[in-house]
Ligand binder design. Structure first.
Ligand code: NAD
Length: 456
């Protein structure tokens, strides 16, 4: 078959299954259980067929085939656990000890980003050390003062044989990635995340990718406006918008838009004064080229508030954009700066559809007291994490794993989840030299005489 014909064939299959996924049936718990029961039934109904097929393919001798079938049918496989009627397996392996042994991966490479340079380099290091790994950490070259300080201090405080810090940019990171690591933990942009993953693939090294993207913020007409605007604007303006989970754009009704802008103007003035450029409470953009990049995004809509910037002092005023076409530049790339575009949908179903047509976000923000709306978003929209009626705070909870999904990343960390991330769960079955077990299980040993099958 010609490759194109083959890929077209597969395209059809993929689109069929994706449609099935989209109609949501496979989300129902009862549906899932039913499918598993059906599989179990299939094994029972076609036991003989399977035995013959296995025998033909692999020349399995009859007893082993039977064992295999029994394992599937009688529930030694994981199906009863999945359906919910788990049975105790101890009757098959008496006196055995099952142990999950927490094993460190080995040598971990941590690559940090610049926007929270200490935290993004050191939090993964804490987890890797706690789990028993050796670590090489490379902070971002874009925040050199913090990187230099870390390079100076870390060797004074932690073991130099097990933990090393290296400095450098793209060239050095590229060179570093040619080495073999046992785990790579990367924080940064999705584009570089792909480069890191490619490098990891060379040795099949597992990795966590903490990436970014556009995090939507939905606000309905039912909120406490003053509180909601303060929480949204704080999340947007902290570090002048250079936060991976900053609300990237706002979705609301036309009616809410006017109220939101009026309230924002009042609050921004209260926080940063008449001349926000002089405010001590606003950070700076990390580099001049990013000021240029952000300035070009202002052309995507009408400036409803702010819009001033100064390349030399790497500053941009908190800015709100309206009349933003959905396919404009500001709605395509991650903003990573103090610009908040507002787009309008009159109902939340359309808003969910819009979000779902794009890459899966790192964070999703919902400002609403409507439980049905909250549940609908939670059920139908995939995101790395969700914060309801506030911004950023979900990333601060040690009880919650922090990480992305799809284009916003893979894997997670924070609190005990950092330990989990850097730990391989090694399964250990420990068996004694108990003569009774040996006698009970003697039928497993050859020769597989017909008489032995009676015991199965
Ligand atoms: P970046 O991808 O440019 O750089 C991150 C790291 O990758 C740095 O250590 C850098 O030296 C290295 N690097 C850069 N280019 C490379 C290349 N070609 N080959 C090998 N290594 C390379 O990211 P950034 O600009 O530092 O950070 C901004 C991005 O990171 C945004 O997308 C933001 O959303 C995301 N981010 C995510 C999180 C998170 O926790 N998920 C946190 C902060 C930032």
């Amino acid at each position: 078959m010609a490759p194109s014909a083959l890929s077209n064939g597969y395209m059809k299959v993929v689109s069929t299954v994706r449609k099935g996924l989209c109609n949501g049936r496979c989300r129902s718990v009862e549906f899932r259980k039913e499918q598993l029961r059906q599989l179990k039934k299939m094994y029972t109904d076609h036991k003989e067929d399977f035995i013959q097929a296995l025998s033909k393919d692999l020349r399995k001798i009859s007893l082993l085939i039977l064992v295999q079938m029994h394992l599937s049918i009688l529930g030694v496989s994981d199906m009863p656990h999945l359906i919910g009627n788990s049975i105790d397996l101890a009757f098959l392996i008496p006196f055995d000890k099952s142990i999950i042994y927490n094993e460190p991966y080995g040598l971990v490479l941590v690559l940090g980003a610049w926007n929270y340079p200490m935290q993004l380099s050191m939090l993964p290091v804490h987890g890797a050390i706690a789990a028993g790994n050796a670590v090489i950490v490379k902070p971002s070259e874009v925040s050199p003062a913090t990187a230099d300080l870390m390079a100076k201090l870390l060797p004074q405080y932690i073991d130099k044989d097990c933990y090393q810090i290296v400095l450098g940019g793209v060239k050095e990171t590229t060179e570093l990635l040619q080495n073999r690591f046992d785990y790579i933990f990367y924080t940064g942009s999705p584009g570089v995340g792909k480069i890191v993953r490619d490098a990891a693939n060379q040795y099949l090294t597992p990795c966590t990718l903490e990436l970014g993207g556009k995090s939507p913020c939905y606000i309905d007409d039912s909120v406490d406006l003053d509180m909601a605007v303060r929480r949204i604007m704080w999340g947007k303006m902290v570090n002048l918008g250079q936060t991976c989970i900053a609300p990237d754009y706002l979705i609301c009704s036309k009616r809410m838009q006017g109220k939101f802008i009026d309230k924002s103007k009042q609050i921004l003035k209260e926080w940063y004064g008449e001349n926000p450029k002089e405010s001590e409470s606003l950070s700076r953009i990390v580099a001049e080229r990013h000021v240029d990049r952000l300035a070009s995004l202002l052309e995507s809509g009408t400036i409803a508030h702010g819009g001033k910037y100064d390349k030399e002092s790497r500053w941009m005023e908190p800015t709100i954009l309206i009349d933003v076409p959905l396919d404009s530049k500001v709605m395509k790339e991650e903003i990573f700066g103090p610009i908040l575009p507002i787009i309008n949908f009159e109902n939340y179903v359309d808003a969910m559809e819009f979000i779902n047509k794009r890459e899966k976000p790192l964070a999703l923000y919902l400002f609403t007291s409507d439980k049905e709306l909250q549940n609908s978003f939670l059920t139908n929209v995939s995101a790395g994490g969700v914060c309801i009626n506030d911004t950023i705070f979900h990333a601060g909870s040690p009880n919650l794993p922090f990480g992305g999904v799809g284009n916003s990343g893979m894997g997670s960390y924070h609190g005990k989840y950092s330990f989990e991330t850097f730990t391989h769960k090694k399964s250990v079955l420990s068996r004694s030299y108990n003569g009774l077990i040996e006698k009970a299980m003697k039928n497993r040993f050859p020769p597989y005489t017909p008489g032995k099958q009676r015991f199965l």
